[in-house]
Ligand binder design. Structure first.
Ligand SMILES: [Zn+2]
Length: 303
């Protein structure tokens, strides 16, 4: 599958559907009053992580505009800028299938990196995705880090809601709110995900690729969330749950028919693949490809 290179991440100008959040960040950049720490708060699929990367690109750009042409911009797009650190929850080192968390070791490593001078430019940007998954001593260590912010460092926490971290942490961040996409209906993501599955099933891979052509990172996040919901519904149906328990009870018969074609073990595997794909998206420079392979995998499971 040929891909035009580096369409992603985009600059702030290409963030859709979040005019207030983008305007707030633009004002801070224009006034040269960028805060030490931000909390990007909103539901999954609302574009928080995409905006965090676009903001990082602007902060690290040689022209301060996120031009997309200078070396720092290219490095951010390739996921290789030495002054951009993205922390994501990871499973326990001893159990790759265990619960994912932002662990104390990772927070300490981040602190260590932040104590060094930026490698390329004037600043360093640290993004903590799913910052609500800080466990054990992590929130406390992170709070200390925020209390003595390292110079030339901008920290962005990505959160589902404001109460997802201790108030002491949030109070040190400028909160940027992200409105839900699709009016916040999880069914919106589910509809898009099942539409992609249907396209691939009925019209083949080429049709799927045409349909994913315009998918940006936030769209890819939403589709993968939708695919995960679909797997969960299939599992429920396969276990004999009534349609009322499904995300969209109106699709009960269709979901039950699809679920009947596969084993619970294979559905669990598919759900796990969706989760891993969603996780990988954070570091991934080809969100489209991730969506396409996940759709095709799920299709193979239920055919
Ligand atoms: Zn640039």
């Amino acid at each position: 599958m040929a891909r035009e290179p580096k369409r992603d991440p985009v600059g702030l100008e290409a963030i859709e559907g979040q005019p207030r959040a983008v305007a707030l960040l633009r004002r801070a950049l224009a006034a040269r009053r960028v805060a030490h720490a931000y909390a990007f708060v909103g539901p999954a699929g609302s574009g928080r992580a995409t905006t965090a990367r676009a903001f990082a690109r602007t902060l690290l750009c040689e022209t301060d505009a996120g031009c997309g042409r200078c070396r720092p911009c290219a490095l951010v797009a390739a996921g290789a800028h030495p002054d951009l650190h993205i922390l994501v929850p990871t499973p326990p080192p001893t159990n790759p299938r265990g619960a994912r968390a932002i662990r104390i070791d990772a927070v300490r490593e981040l602190e260590r990196q932040a104590a060094l001078r930026p490698a390329l430019g004037r600043r360093r940007v640290l993004i903590v995705d799913e910052a609500d998954r800080m466990t054990g001593e992590s929130p406390e260590a992170f709070l200390k880090f925020l209390e003595e912010p390292p110079p030339d460092t901008v920290i962005v926490l990505v959160l589902p809601h404001a109460r997802a971290v201790p108030a002491t942490v949030l109070s040190r961040c400028q909160v940027v709110r992200f409105a839900p996409r699709d009016g916040g209906r999880p069914a919106g993501a589910l509809d898009e995900a099942t539409a992609l599955l249907e396209t691939a099933r009925a019209d083949g891979v080429a049709a799927l690729l045409r349909r994913t052509d315009r998918l940006d990172r936030a769209g890819a996040e939403a589709v993968l969330d939708g695919l995960r919901l679909h797997c969960r519904d299939l599992l429920l149906a396969r276990a004999g749950a009534p349609p009322a328990l499904l995300t969209d009870p109106g699709r009960g018969a269709q979901v039950a028919a699809e679920a009947a074609r596969c084993s619970i073990a294979r559905l669990v595997e598919a759900a796990e693949a969706c989760r891993r794909a969603r996780e990988a998206l954070v570091h991934n420079v080809t969100p489209r490809l991730t969506v396409e392979t996940t759709v095709l995998r799920l299709l193979a499971t239920t055919s």
